[in-house]
Design a protein around this ligand. Structure first.
Ligand SMILES: *Cc1c(COP(=O)(O)O)cnc(C)c1O
Length: 456
């Protein structure tokens, strides 16, 4: 077994020498070194020097049940000893994947009863692009190929995932958007809703989908994809009028609706799925992150009966991954779902810690001169940083406000994320009231320091 005990400097040197990080500037790894996290318990992580840090991002939006749950490591060990691997190709299956699919059918909307497996949210969305186009192809409607997404959407980092996403810096990397994906504006009322109530703006933002369909011709449009609440784009919870209108438009023009539940699923919004919180009836539901609370990589795609029936009639399905339905990952996901269920974490988010968290953050909107609005629902939230609350003037890149604020928090023992000019928060669903208080305390001081730096 490898020896995990090394001085931080040694890890950093090795890391800089051999490891290409995700979403990181490699020169920073060389000049400053990476943060070496070595263990975790509950909502707290420890770095290699024994420093304790409160993780208000639940890893990457995924550790819903918190760290260190023995039930999951025990489930992994038992399954690994019994059957460490088998595939689901060529008419094969193993009990954990069957049980997980059945379990998910009980949690998702009644119309969703079949599940395809993958190992990440990106792979789940790749699979959906293939399955959705196949759905139309099998019905002879071969031109229905274009998928409509939104700016600032995040749907993963594979070729298809990044094309579906609406992140300009990711599109730039492979030379622009491709793969027959187009984007409409995301429903960010605070930035784009000038002169409109939230509800009016929600309808207007949704009708951009109708305009785009009419422009492309419905006969060329395969699907619309959206996160119920956009996560990595800055926790953008749409007005309540938005999704019902999107639903109407998809139905009217015969467009498949994909609700990307990779962050919103498994309790984060106060229901099992964001689709339930926001009243969406999707044709495809990709899920990952909270499915195993990040303990092992596993993803699933919920498929509406009407889509499944067409795909099933199409005969041999030319799709799958070596690790689709990996037995150990599925066993861990089942243990994770047990904990969410047995400990009532979904109701806790809806009725207790979620409202407490939001109310605590709302106080920062009142007290800080640089917080324009608080967005979010359940246990995902964002604070919009501004230089002027009246004019909604945003800090510029050179103001470096959100990154300064984030780094201040980290140095004080709190992990938050900077997304453009917003601070984003997504703690484990087991976060305690005391941890919310501690978060808001550190964040309040960080915002004061940021305001001072901005001269506000
Ligand atoms: C994280 C994320 C993905 C991609 O998941 P990976 O496991 O990183 O591939 C897709 N969709 C959404 C909404 C996400 O937040």
């Amino acid at each position: 077994m490898f020896n995990p005990q090394k001085a931080t400097g040694e890890w950093q040197t090795l890391d800089a020498r051999h490891h290409l990080h995700s979403f990181t500037d490699p020169t920073l790894i060389e000049s400053e070194g990476s943060r070496i996290i070595v263990r975790a318990e509950g909502s707290t992580v420890w770095d290699n020097d024994g420093r304790e840090i409160l993780d208000c991002m639940a890893g990457l939006w995924c550790v819903n049940i918190g760290y260190g749950r023995r039930e999951l490591s025990d489930a992994a060990a038992a399954q690994m000893a019994l059957l460490p691997y088998y595939n689901n190709h060529f008419q094969s299956a193993s009990p954990p994947m069957i049980e997980l699919a059945a379990r998910l059918a009980g949690l998702t909307p009644d119309t969703i009863n079949h599940f395809a497996f993958a190992n990440s949210g990106s792979e789940a969305n790749d699979a959906i692009a293939r399955l959705a186009r196949q759905f139309w192809q099998l019905q002879g409607r071969v031109t229905k190929r274009t998928i409509i997404s939104r700016t600032m959407a995040y749907h993963g980092s594979t070729v298809m995932g990044s094309a579906l996403g609406g992140m300009p810096h990711m599109h730039a990397m492979d030379g622009g958007v491709s793969n027959e994906v187009v984007h409409i504006a995301h429903p960010h009322w605070y930035l784009y809703g000038e002169g409109l109530s939230r509800d009016e703006f929600g309808l207007k933002a949704a009708r951009a989908l109708e305009d785009k369909i009419l422009e492309l011709g419905a006969e060329n449009v395969c699907a619309f994809i959206g996160e119920p609440v956009q996560g990595a784009g800055g926790v953008i919870d749409p007005p309540s009028t938005y999704w019902p209108e999107i639903q109407r438009i998809c139905k009217q023009y015969d467009i498949l609706l994909i609700a990307d539940e990779v962050i919103c699923g498994f309790g984060r919004t106060g229901s099992w799925f964001g689709s339930q919180t926001l009243g969406i009836q999707p044709d495809f539901m990709p899920m990952a992150k909270g499915l195993s609370s990040g303990y092992l990589p596993v993803a699933a795609v919920g498929i509406h009966d009407r889509v499944y029936n067409v795909l099933a009639d199409g005969g041999h399905l030319a799709h799958g991954y070596t690790y689709s339905g990996h037995p150990v990952a599925c066993a861990v996901a089942l243990a994770n779902i047990d904990i969410i269920e047995n400990e009532g974490l979904v109701a806790r988010v809806r009725d207790d810690i979620g409202p407490y968290f939001m109310a605590a953050l709302d106080k920062l909107v009142d007290s800080s001169p640089i917080v324009g609005e608080r967005r979010g629902i359940g246990m995902m939230a964002a604070l919009q940083l501004v230089k002027n609350k009246d004019t909604r003037e945003l800090p510029t890149l050179t103001d470096n406000a959100s990154i300064f604020c984030r780094d201040y928090c980290y140095n004080e023992g709190l992990i938050v994320r900077a997304v453009g000019p917003s601070i984003v928060l997504s703690p484990p669903l087991i976060y305690t009231h005391a941890e919310v208080d501690q978060t808001v305390d550190i964040l309040g001081r960080a915002l004061d320091a940021t305001a001072k730096k901005l001269g506000v």
